[in-house]
Design a protein around this ligand. Structure first.
Ligand SMILES: C[S@@+](CC[C@H](N)C(=O)[O-])C[C@H]1O[C@@H](n2cnc3c(N)ncnc32)[C@H](O)[C@@H]1O
Length: 283
């Protein structure tokens, strides 16, 4: 690809192109807890919306014996995710497709569980959650792992948090929104989900990005390749340099700066589509 073509890629296609995956702040511990909250077990049909490079989908299938379909709006994410499932020998149970959270190409009641991990924070839940509900069976569960901001952030920290939020909106061209835990739980209820449970995990109690980094990159070689591309594109393109600087500044405020990151964390929230939960979901 020419430097101009790379510069013009959307944020997530660009991340997929250079091979940078995403990490849950809570790592596999949060995936395991979300799986528990959603009653994922052997045979559960899971839809992972905004699957990124497929790390979570592969993890769930390996750990719980469920089947997973991942959809993502960014083509390069889907390519990377498909390669990951192939490498891990999971193609009989894990597949990936290009797809938009707001218009899922699946018939009604196709899945037992829908999950989003660091995705619904880029969506309008009032539009996306009813669509997730449509593809769920009666009694099926929606579970999300998304960032939150605490209520009552003091003015100095609030300015910096707002600036980071804005930086992510500009980078991704998506409406990135740090909602409070209360607003996340309301979003479930407003879309008709019942039995809503929410857990709040402040950054302070976790060590962000500590788990599975090498696996997320699919090995040391890919990690080295991604770092090399970041270096090369930073040197060759001012536009890219600006993007990397904005990304690193926003991440620092939300995850590492002691004065601001203490107001940020992730919620695990799950709710049920009304109706009888089938045996498939509980075995
Ligand atoms: C922060 S990444 C998280 C990826 C993955 N869930 C993970 O935890 O590794 C957000 C992902 O959401 C995808 N995304 C954003 N808007 C979407 C939409 N409307 N429909 C489907 N995917 C979307 C992006 O392309 C990106 O891959």
């Amino acid at each position: 690809m020419s430097i101009q073509e790379v510069e013009n890629l959307g944020y997530y296609d660009f991340m997929g192109y250079i091979g940078i995956p995403f990490f849950n702040i809570g790592g596999q511990v949060s995936m395991d807890r979300l799986a528990e909250m959603c009653h994922i077990g052997a045979g559960t049909r899971v839809l992972d919306v905004g699957c990124g490079t497929g790390g979570n989908a592969c993890y769930l299938a390996e750990r719980y014996g469920c089947t997973v379909v991942g959809v993502d709006i960014a083509e390069r994410m889907v390519l990377e995710a498909t390669r990951r499932a192939q490498r891990r020998g999971l193609t009989d149970r894990v597949s990936f497709k290009i797809g938009d959270a707001y218009r899922l190409h699946f018939p009604d009641a196709s899945f037992d569980v829908v999950v989003t991990v660091f995705v619904s924070q880029f969506l309008d839940p009032a539009r996306a959650f009813p669509e997730f509900g449509r593809v769920l069976v009666d009694g099926g569960r929606l579970g999300v792992n998304e960032m939150y901001r605490a209520e009552g952030v003091p003015p100095e920290a609030k300015g910096q948090v707002n600036a980071s939020e804005k930086a992510f909106c500009e980078l991704t061209k998506l409406p990135f929104t740090l909602r409070s835990p209360e607003i996340w739980s309301q979003a479930f209820k407003a879309s008709g989900f019942t039995d809503v449970t929410l857990e709040e995990h402040p950054n302070a109690n976790e060590s962000p990005y500590s788990e599975g980094v090498i696996e997320a990159f699919s090995g040391w070689g890919k990690l080295a390749g991604a770092l090399w591309k970041v270096l090369i594109y930073s040197l060759r393109s001012g536009k890219m340099r600006k993007k990397f600087a904005a990304l690193s500044g926003a991440k620092k405020t939300l995850l590492r700066n002691k004065e601001t990151s203490k107001y940020i964390g992730y919620v695990l929230c799950a709710g049920a589509k009304p109706g009888q939960e089938t045996e498939r979901l509980t075995t």
